[in-house]
Each structure stands twice: as structure tokens, then as C-alpha cells.
Design a protein around this ligand. Structure first.
Ligand code: GLA
Length: 663
């Protein structure tokens, strides 16, 4: 294409030219006369892992002097496109080249700091050399009452490299909406952003000790017991016991239970936790038997949604330490699981597998976790390679299970991916060819003298929930990979889970994938989840109702007060961990209102009332609660408060929910 020099005359911004590109399906690299000018998404070869950029607008700025533009001559724009699925190629608009005005380079960014004093930091920056002046206004509205809480106006001047910053304090216990607006004085260009502020609904846990677990745990005869009593309250805390069965030990300082029981039996004993403020006791049942793994859904952390293939021993240990330091272990999060990316490039000459250089001592790391009463999970695939292209277990199933036992692995996520190639080679597309590799691994995993929670992968479209139980799967994925968008929660959570409750049972759970709250990123660069606070409450509400695996997917070391509060509501988590083990299903769908409920072991029901639409809705919850009778007590689980009859008529915000326990 020819680019005429005349483009610059008259433009108020003469040092930059914008190449407005079409969108690319899925990742692009754009070159001008052989020089890279922009790229969107990440190619699979990127060290941070693949990231699909299909829907992102591509405006690539090029320096007018040094950017390699051949003025009044022919220029070549070449685009390299990587397509993972769909039709590939370029679409949406043709390429145009133009000069922007100064105000076009303006951008506004809202970042919340939710620790301690909450505030939203608004930054207005410009990408271009000319300075701009304008007026900034910020308004905070209470979303529940509609009341205007704060309004401020400021005149700002913005230069490249010198963004303007305004801090807007807000009350984290209110549901606030911040609207920030900047109007450029010269062009009248308006930047405006509205954002829900993070809000904390759950009261802080008391300083006195409180047990936050189901009073039940299962183990197979002879397997080592690794269990940490999750008790919140002021530290230090001292753990003591009554009638502790022979063969078991309880650590006085952190409530880590260890030891083993050789024969099938049911044991009961009492554990007491005491601190400077008081004490609490729990009558605890230990079931020892063959089919006792995962009597409640596993709670913990997995590296995939945050670190992707960049996971390392250092990151795992810092996450585990943060799990303890931030108190998540006191709420039952007990598994520390690594996902793909730990495997060495090649097997040893004897066929055994090693970890790669990012894990200098797998055994040392696992021992360190076990000493703290935390369990460890690993990842593999039945094919030759894993989904991330690392070594898989094909033809080495026994050896891998034995190595994992030696290391002390307590959880195996067994994925799928390259096993398709085996099916292709055998030209065998029946169900049996899916089940076979899972049965094979089950045999070796169960032969190990330790309990390994067996979690099966999603196997694109093959409905693992129909047969996962026959492979003694402790859980199986019921959807493809989740991401941190509302579209994904709607699809993976609401659409794909409806009707599946009948396939879940104690020890054999449906798994709609890992959590996407907090800082995620699937690689080396983490970002705040793209879910709004309302959507995050909905996500955790639905997942606990679904008796899903509760594997935190964010970097725990960077977890803020909001995310911590969301994950550490003992009444909400008690629904997930309820020992009746009856997963919720969808009872009703009326327009955009969905009602999901499940019976609980104490005779109550847990009910989630969701607004999956894009507009706030007024609801009368009495008419939506299954088998409603006015004499019943309704508890708001997020606020941990019984509700009055009046409060049952309420507004549920778009993508938001109410989480009730009805007695
Ligand atoms: C698949 C799984 C993910 C993750 C990656 C690792 O996509 O569904 O959860 O384990 O593989 O490569």
C-alpha cells in the first residue's frame, strides 16, 4: 500500500501513525516492511503459554519518523496468523492507516486496592507527545439503595510519561459503583468507565477458635493420613485430643493429623483447639475403608489458572506458605496441586520420569507440604504428551504411579489431549477407547500404598461423567477449560452443569473446573480476574452448590482481602463440604432467573437464586424457594444473617445471586 506524506499535514499529532488492523482468528503478528509493529494474543510457543486474541481490537501505533514507514512509496504489511480453532484468517474491518489527534491517545485505568483502606486508583495517561488538559469527575453510588455517596471534580493536565492519578476512597462493606469521567478540554473527547467496587459481605471470623471443616475424613487401610484440622481464630493455637486412636498423632501447634490405621473401621475422637481468647472442640469421625477417598470434595489450590506452564517449585512453595499465612488452610484448603509443566524433557534410560529443572527437589517439596499437614497433587496425561506438550504417561503408567508414590503424591489429575492419537492409530472411536487408559492408570494408582485422589480430564465431548465412576474416578471434568469471563461462567457453570447432579455421589464428584477469582493469567503475567465482584459471588455460590472440587486458581501470595473473604466463608464452604454429598441441580429457570438447590445433611436446603441476565431484576424469593412455607427460617449465607420476611423481596443485580439456607 502507498502511504502519502500528506497524511501528516494538518494532523495535530504528527509523530505517530495508527495502523487500524482487522481482527485475527486467533493470534497475529503484524509486520510493516519486515519490522514487527504489533501482536495480539500469544502464540503456543510463547513462554507464557497460548492466549487467544480473537476478539481484541488491533490498533498498532507506528513512529512516523523511526517506525520504518516508506512515505509516498509502496509499503508491505504482512500478518502472520495462528489459528487454533474456527476458520482462521483476518476479519471485521479492512486495514486503514491514519494520524490520531492528541486526545485519542488518552486512556483511563481503574485499579482497586482492597487491602486495609479501600480505594480505587484512577490513572489517566496519554500515548502521544502533545499534552492535554481536561476535567475529571468521579461519582460513587450505593448499588443497593441508589444513594450517591461521593462526588468529586478535578482539573487535570496529562503529558506522555506523566499520567494523572486520582485516588477515590470507598467503603468496602457497601456495594459501590464508581463512575469516572475525563473530558478533554480541546476536543471534547470523553473517557468514561464504570466499575463495581469489590465488596465484602461476610463478617470476619471470630478471634476464638472455630472449626471450619466437615467433621469427617476417610482413608484407606494402611495409607498414610495427611489431614490438617482447619480452625480459624487468633494464633498461636494449641491442639489437644481425647480418645485419639492408637496409630494416630496430632501436632499440637498446627492441628496436623498423621499416622495410619491398618484395618477397616470407623473411629471417633475429639479434637480441641485453644487460643488466648477461648477454645472449641469437635467430635470427629475417621472412616477407614477401601472406598473412602474424597468423602467431601477436595479443597485446595492448583497452579494452572495462574502460572500455566511457568509453574516452578518456588512458586508452589510460596503459594503453599501463603495458603497457611493468609489463613486459607484454616478454612479447609488442603491440597497444593501442580498442573502441567513439571515434567522433564525426556525419561531416564530405565523409563522412569523426573521433574524438570524448575523443580530441584520434588520429594523435598512434598515432604515440606506433608509436614504442614498439606497434601500434594500432580498432573499427567494418558497420551504420549500432555496438553502443554510435556511428557505424558503412555506406556509408562506403572512406572509413573510408582514414582508418584515414592514422592508422596496425594492427587492425580489425569488429562487427555494426545491420547486422541492412540485412538486414531487404532481407529477406535468407541467409548471403550476413552475408558481404557483411565482404567489402566486406576489399576496402578490404586496399587500404591497411599491414597491418591483420582481426577479425570475433560475429554472433549465424551461425557466422562457417564463412565468416570467405573474407573473409580474421584472426580471428572464436566466441561472444557474455564476462563475468567462471564461467558465462560455461563457456559461452563450454568449451561453445562444443568442435569448432571445424578452423576455425582460421595467420593465421585462432578468437576466444572478450577476457580477463576483473584489474580490469574495462565502464564508468567498475572492479571486481576475479568469477572466483576457480582460475577465472582455467583461463581463461588454455584461451585459450592455443585459439590465441585474447590481448587483456587490464583496466585495466593497476591490474594487481596476481597478474594480471601469470598473463599473463606465457613457457611458457604459448608454447603460444598456437606457430608450428604448431594449436588445441586437446576430446579427452575424463569427468564433470566435460575434457581439451583441441594438438600443438606442437617435437613435444611441450600438455594442459589441467580440472575444470569444483563439487567438487575426484582425478585420475590418466597415464590422461588422450593417447598416454601412461611414458618421456615431463611439465612443469607454470604452475609451470615437470618433474613426477615421483607428482605425476601429484593433486587438481584445482573450476573449476581442470593445464596440462602432454608431451615
Ligand atoms: C488441559 C486441561 C487444563 C490444564 C491444561 C494443561 O487443557 O483441561 O485444566 O490442565 O490441559 O496443559
Amino acid at each position: 500500500m502507498d502511504i502519502p506524506k500528506s497524511l501528516l499535514s494538518g494532523a495535530d499529532q504528527q509523530n505517530v501513525v495508527i495502523f487500524e488492523m482487522p481482527k485475527a482468528d486467533d493470534v497475529d503478528e503484524c509486520y510493516l516492511n519486515g519490522k514487527l509493529i504489533g501482536s495480539t494474543g500469544r502464540m503456543p510457543t510463547d513462554p507464557s503459554g497460548y492466549f487467544c486474541g480473537v476478539d481484541i481490537v488491533r490498533n498498532y501505533p507506528v513512529d512516523a519518523k523511526k517506525g520504518g514507514i516508506r512515505w509516498d512509496a509502496e509499503n508491505v504489511v504482512a500478518v502472520r496468523v495462528y489459528n487454533r480453532g474456527g476458520s482462521g484468517g483476518l476479519f471485521w474491518r479492512p486495514l486503514t492507516v491514519r494520524c490520531p489527534n492528541a486526545a485519542e491517545g488518552l486512556a483511563m485505568q481503574l485499579t482497586e486496592d482492597n487491602n486495609g483502606q479501600s480505594s480505587c486508583e484512577v490513572e489517566i495517561s496519554t500515548a502521544y507527545a502533545s499534552a492535554t488538559n481536561g476535567t475529571f469527575t468521579a461519582t460513587l453510588t450505593d448499588r443497593e439503595t441508589g444513594a450517591k455517596l461521593t462526588s468529586l471534580t478535578k482539573r487535570l493536565s496529562i503529558k506522555r510519561g506523566k499520567p494523572a492519578r486520582v485516588s477515590v476512597p470507598y467503603d468496602k462493606h457497601k456495594m459501590c459503583l464508581l463512575t469516572a469521567t475525563y473530558t478533554d478540554a480541546k476536543t471534547g473527547k470523553v473517557l468514561s468507565e464504570s466499575k463495581q467496587m469489590k465488596y465484602i459481605l461476610t463478617p470476619a471470623a471470630p478471634a476464638t477458635p472455630r472449626f471450619n471443616n466437615a467433621p469427617l475424613y476417610g482413608v484407606r487401610p494402611g495409607s498414610p493420613i495427611i489431614y490438617r484440622f482447619p480452625v480459624s481464630g487468633e494464633k498461636p493455637m494449641k491442639f489437644t485430643y481425647n480418645n485419639l486412636p492408637e496409630g494416630l498423632q496430632l501436632s499440637e501447634s498446627d492441628g496436623a493429623l498423621s499416622g495410619k490405621i491398618d484395618k477397616p473401621c470407623v473411629l471417633t475422637f475429639t479434637v480441641t483447639a485453644e487460643n488466648a481468647r477461648g477454645k472449641a472442640s469437635q467430635d470427629f469421625t475417621l472412616k477407614v475403608g477401601e472406598n473412602m477417598i474424597g468423602l467431601t470434595p477436595p479443597m485446595g489450590w492448583n497452579s494452572w489458572n495462574c502460572f500455566g506452564l511457568s509453574v516452578s517449585q518456588e512458586k508452589v512453595m510460596s503459594s503453599a506458605q501463603a495458603l497457611i499465612d493468609k489463613g486459607l488452610a484454616d478454612f479447609g484448603y488442603g491440597y497444593i496441586n501442580i498442573d502441567d509443566g513439571w515434567e522433564a524433557p525426556e525419561r531416564n534410560p530405565d523409563g522412569t520420569i523426573e521433574a524438570n529443572e524448575k523443580f530441584p527437589s520434588m520429594k523435598g517439596m512434598i515432604d515440606w507440604l506433608h509436614e504442614r499437614g498439606l497434601k500434594f497433587g500432580i498432573y499427567s496425561s494418558p497420551g504420549e504428551t500432555s496438553c502443554g506438550g510435556y511428557l505424558g504417561s503412555l506406556d509408562h503408567e506403572r512406572q509413573d504411579a510408582e514414582v508418584w508414590n515414592k514422592w508422596g503424591v496425594d492427587y492425580l489429575k489425569y488429562d487427555w489431549c494426545s491420547y486422541e492419537r492412540v485412538r486414531e492409530k487404532d481407529n477406535d472411536w468407541g467409548f471403550a477407547s476413552c475408558v481404557r487408559p483411565y482404567l489402566l492408570m486406576q489399576k496402578f494408582v490404586r496399587q500404591q500404598p497411599r491414597d491418591i485422589f483420582y481426577s479425570l480430564g475433560p475429554l472433549g465431548g465424551t461425557q466422562v461423567y457417564l463412565w468416570g465412576i467405573y474407573c473409580d474416578g474421584n472426580s471428572w471434568r464436566t466441561a472444557q477449560d474455564i476462563d475468567d469471563t462471564w461467558k465462560s461462567i455461563l457456559d461452563v457453570g450454568f449451561r453445562q452443569q444443568a442435569g448432571l447432579a445424578r452423576y455425582s455421589s460421595v467420593g465421585h464428584w462432578n468437576d466444572p473446573d478450577m476457580l477463576v477469582v483473584g489474580k490469574v493469567g495462565w502464564g508468567a503475567n498475572l492479571r486481576e480476574t475479568r469477572l466483576t465482584p457480582d460475577e465472582q459471588y455467583t461463581h463461588i455460590t454455584l461451585w459450592t452448590l455443585l459439590a465441585s472440587n474447590m481448587l483456587i486458581g490464583c496466585d495466593i501470595a497476591q490474594m487481596d482481602e476481597f478474594t480471601l473473604n469470598l473463599l473463606c466463608n465457613n457457611e458457604v464452604n459448608a454447603v460444598n463440604q456437606d457430608i450428604l454429598g448431594k449436588q445441586a441441580d437446576r430446579d427452575r429457570k424463569e427468564g433470566n432467573i435460575e434457581v439451583w438447590s441441594r438438600p443438606l445433611s442437617d435437613g435444611a436446603i441450600a438455594v442459589g437464586i441467580f440472575n444470569v441476565g444483563d439487567k438487575d431484576l426484582q425478585v420475590d424469593m418466597e415464590s422461588l424457594i422450593p417447598s416454601w412455607e412461611p414458618a421456615r427460617t431463611v439465612r443469607d449465607l454470604w452475609r451470615q444473617k437470618d433474613m426477615s420476611a421483607d428482605e425476601l423481596r429484593c433486587t438481584i443485580p445482573a450476573h449476581g445471586c442470593r445464596y440462602l439456607k432454608v431451615f
